[in-house]
Design a protein around this ligand. Structure first.
Ligand SMILES: *[C@@H]1O[C@H](CO)[C@@H](O)[C@H](O)[C@H]1NC(C)=O
Length: 354
């Protein structure tokens, strides 16, 4: 009995398999037509509609550079960082300028996680004054402070016993306003001063990643102009200047690589709206600097980091400026070096040198 029933299923599945492969073949035929249509549509958008729109709609440029409206990860409640296992983190809103509200996460050192349960803003603000170093993490374009690699950095720093403040700049995440280079710098500067007013004599380090490295060096230079030297600056995946066609956005990177697009597209910084003059900033900065860069970074080649390291060393010296690169075989690309097992030691060493 049993055997027979097995046989039956065998034969019936044999028939349906044949039908399935038949259907699959037919489907393949239609799907290549479908891809052709999609391809033509994409080409139309990239080569005709987009250049046309860029010439007519300056705000589109802003969107391409910052892609701030892409709020990845989706379905995350920015008011509940504990959902991302940041259970010693508070969500708060700071007004960096009239009408600009910034969503900010403050994570206390991991050793305080039990104590932090159920605590309010006042407790967190008070904790800033506990003598532990404080990091301000300035993230790159696209997405919010909840992105995996950003939460990853916050966890590394918190485990080391540091405070971490991660803002979403204006226009990003649940922050209000629209992003501009000056606006992002104002937001970072505001947060720095806010932290300094509450952190006593603790070290305050600015960590910029990707586009955030441009914001970080802009901020450090603004501080120097006010006679203030930030205790330390970490530049992860740094680019030298938006002018030199270094991508702050994967989309921009790819359209430069397509022939003819340079002619069709006006450069986003043509009217000096987006400059991020990191290289020039490095010449003016007086803070100890640590560059972190993956050799396989696909958005900013490692050579750029090496060039900028040289610029910073000539402006200061090799004692105050360091470059740590990560082997390409590790596969960190532009965002992933928070996963490196040696990173905590590298950061600790930098902090101890300050
Ligand atoms: C809270 O976070 C800490 C540090 O990441 C972790 O060790 C702990 O297990 C977490 N506690 C709970 C209840 O999730």
């Amino acid at each position: 009995m049993k055997r027979r029933s097995v046989k039956q299923t065998d034969s019936s599945s044999g028939v349906s398999e044949a039908q399935r492969s038949d259907r699959a073949q037919r489907k393949e035929g239609t799907s290549s037509g479908w891809w052709l249509k999609r391809g033509l549509l994409a080409a139309f958008v990239i080569f005709i509609l987009l250049p046309f729109s860029l010439r007519t709609l300056p705000e589109l440029i802003q969107h391409l550079v910052y892609t701030h409206r892409v709020r990845v990860p989706f379905f995350i409640d920015l008011g509940r960082p504990a959902d991302l296992s940041l259970n010693h983190t508070i969500n708060m809103y700071l007004t960096s300028e009239e009408g600009i509200s910034l969503g900010v996460w403050h994570t206390v050192p991991e050793s305080q996680w039990k104590e932090a349960q159920g605590k309010d803003l006042a407790w967190y603000q008070n904790a800033l004054n506990d003598g532990s170093p404080v990091f301000i993490y300035l993230h790159g374009n696209t997405g919010t402070r909840a992105a995996t690699h950003r939460v990853g950095v916050a966890k590394v720093l918190s485990a080391l016993g540091y405070h971490v403040l991660v803002p979403d700049y204006r226009g990003f995440g649940d922050s209000t306003g629209e992003p501009t280079e000056a606006g992002l710098t104002t937001d970072a500067l505001y947060l720095y001063n806010w932290v300094k007013a509450r952190s006593g004599n603790s070290l305050v380090v600015i960590w910029g990643h990707s586009l955030g490295t441009g914001v970080a060096t802009n901020t450090a230079v603004k501080l120097v102009e006010q006679g203030v030297v930030c205790d330390g600056v970490i530049l992860e995946g740094a680019f030298n200047s938006a002018r030199q066609k270094i991508p702050v956005n994967p989309f921009i990177w790819y359209y430069w690589k397509l022939p003819g697009t340079g002619y069709l597209f006006p450069e986003p910084w043509a009217d000096n709206k987006v400059v991020f003059p990191t290289e020039e900033n490095l010449k003016k900065m007086k803070s100890p600097i640590l560059f972190l860069h993956s050799e396989d970074d696909h958005l900013v080649p490692i050579q750029i980091a090496q060039q900028m390291y040289e610029v910073a060393v000539s402006a200061q010296n090799a004692e105050r400026v360091k470059l740590v690169s990560f082997d390409g075989s590790l596969g960190y690309l532009h965002n992933g070096l928070y996963r490196d097992a040696h990173l905590p030691d590298i950061i600790k060493k930098f902090v101890l040198s300050l």
